[in-house]
Design a protein around this ligand. Structure first.
Ligand code: CAA
Length: 381
């Protein structure tokens, strides 16, 4: 087993670390407070190749691998989890499936500008009444002569308010048994018939905007279908296998921020005549935080290595996301405890990490869904 990063991966990690410390961290608290979209940071992430990390250079990406993507995601999310999820949606939920299932024309016309960060992508799976049980979506696409007509709505669409393109999933066929078949499509967000609701007001990741997107008679040529007709659910599930690695990496970044600040604070803050780092109560919390973060990082990198090797990684991605997200909630909880009253205020940004960690247990499949996916893998056969 190889634990060393390649030279290229180490360089990317260092570049991401420097960028996050210099350009993102100083702005993060204000972005959160004002729930402001980080326009300048997104632009710079594009320049650094962070919006298409694992996309080949011929399609506008950085031509790196999933391990590099995880390393960059962790650093960006350490500084600002909102910037992390903007990056993650563009990479994992848009570029990755278009690269994997798209036509050459889709890769040239849509993937390339999105991977370059000139345009932004989003992912339309969830609906008001269909979250964990994704197959029950009601958004439909009907083929009328040579055009698909899409009707319905998608909600909690991260990047939705700013995105240029959406990968949207719709029911296209119902079998005699009643089983629904889904198909994926690429839709420009400026398309006639497509409209957006107001920004969602959220507990955390406030600078990453999301909204509901409505489709009323959205007409689309068949050339914008992604993958085979009726195979859209598999496109969605395979995409989420990769997406969950991205969210696990986001959770790593949030945890690392909370741990790093806790170690620094414990050495500075004095109580009963000595730094609180001298007390076992604090040392034990820091030990648990460090161990959990390390375990989460190893699970995430293992899933990334498997994706890079082209090996099915459904269970490993679910394990990584499940563990990294729940660990992040525990780690940020302890970070507040170590900081005491200061952790509860906005002064050190710990309460932001605590709020941001919570979503990683929910989106791209709740912890309960990850457990179902892992159990299905363990019990099959
Ligand atoms: N890869 C490829 N195909 C897969 C697959 C995978 N990982 N998992 C399942 N499939 C295929 C199955 O083989 C099956 O194929 P057939 O129809 O040919 O038999 C088909 O998909 C249906 O599979 P299941 O019967 O297992 O499906 P299910 O209805 O029981 O659902 C589920 C499974 C795991 C619960 C799934 O619905 C799920 O993942 N739910 C969570 C949804 C989710 O993660 N949403 C996230 C939204 S995006 C988001 O959150 C973005 C954001 O905000 C940042």
């Amino acid at each position: 087993m190889e634990f060393e990063l390649t030279e290229e991966q180490s360089m990317l990690q260092q570049a991401a670390r420097d960028f996050a410390d210099r350009e993102i961290a100083p702005a993060a608290a204000e972005l959160d407070k004002e729930a402001r979209w980080p326009t300048e940071i997104v632009k710079k992430m594009a320049e650094l190749g962070f919006l298409g990390v694992a996309v080949p250079t011929e399609y506008g990406g950085a031509g790196l691998d999933t391990v590099s993507y995880v390393l960059a995601m962790e650093e960006v999310s350490r500084a600002c989890a909102s910037c992390g999820v903007i990056m993650s949606v563009n990479n994992s939920l848009f570029c990755d499936p278009v690269l994997k299932f798209g036509t050459e024309e889709q890769k040239r016309k849509v993937l390339t500008p999105v991977a370059q960060g000139e345009k932004l992508g989003c992912f339309g799976l969830t609906e008001p009444m269909s979250g964990s049980d994704a197959q029950t979506m009601v958004t439909s696409a009907k083929l009328e002569s040579d055009r698909w007509i899409i009707e319905g709505s998608k909600n909690f669409i991260t990047n939705g308010p700013e995105a240029d393109w959406m990968l949207v999933f719709a029911v296209t066929d119902i079998e005699p048994s009643g089983k629904r078949r889904h198909t994926a499509f690429l839709v420009p967000m400026s398309h006639p018939g497509l409209s957006k609701g107001p920004h969602d007001e959220k507990m955390g990741i406030k600078a990453a905007h999301s909204c509901t997107v409505f489709f009323e008679g959205v007409e689309l040529e068949d050339k914008w279908r992604v993958g085979e007709r009726g195979q859209g659910f598999k496109v969605a599930m395979a995409t989420l296998d990769g997406g969950r690695i991205g969210i696990a990496a986001q959770a790593l970044g949030i945890s690392q921020a909370a741990l790093g600040k806790s170690v620094a604070y414990a050495k500075e803050r004095k109580a009963f005549g000595q730094p609180i780092a001298k007390f076992q109560a604090i040392q034990f919390m820091i030990s648990d935080m460090a161990t959990e973060l390390d375990a989460a990082r190893l699970l995430t990198l293992r899933a990334a290595c498997m994706k890079d090797a082209g090996v099915r990684h459904t269970v490993e991605s679910a394990c990584a996301k499940l563990y990294a997200s729940e660990a992040s909630s525990r780690i940020t909880h302890k970070a507040i405890q170590i900081h005491g009253g200061y952790g509860y205020t906005t002064e050190f940004g710990i309460e932001r990490h605590y709020r941001d960690a919570r979503i990683t247990e929910i989106y791209e499949g709740t912890s309960e869904i990850q457990r179902l996916v892992i159990a299905a893998g363990m019990l099959k056969g």
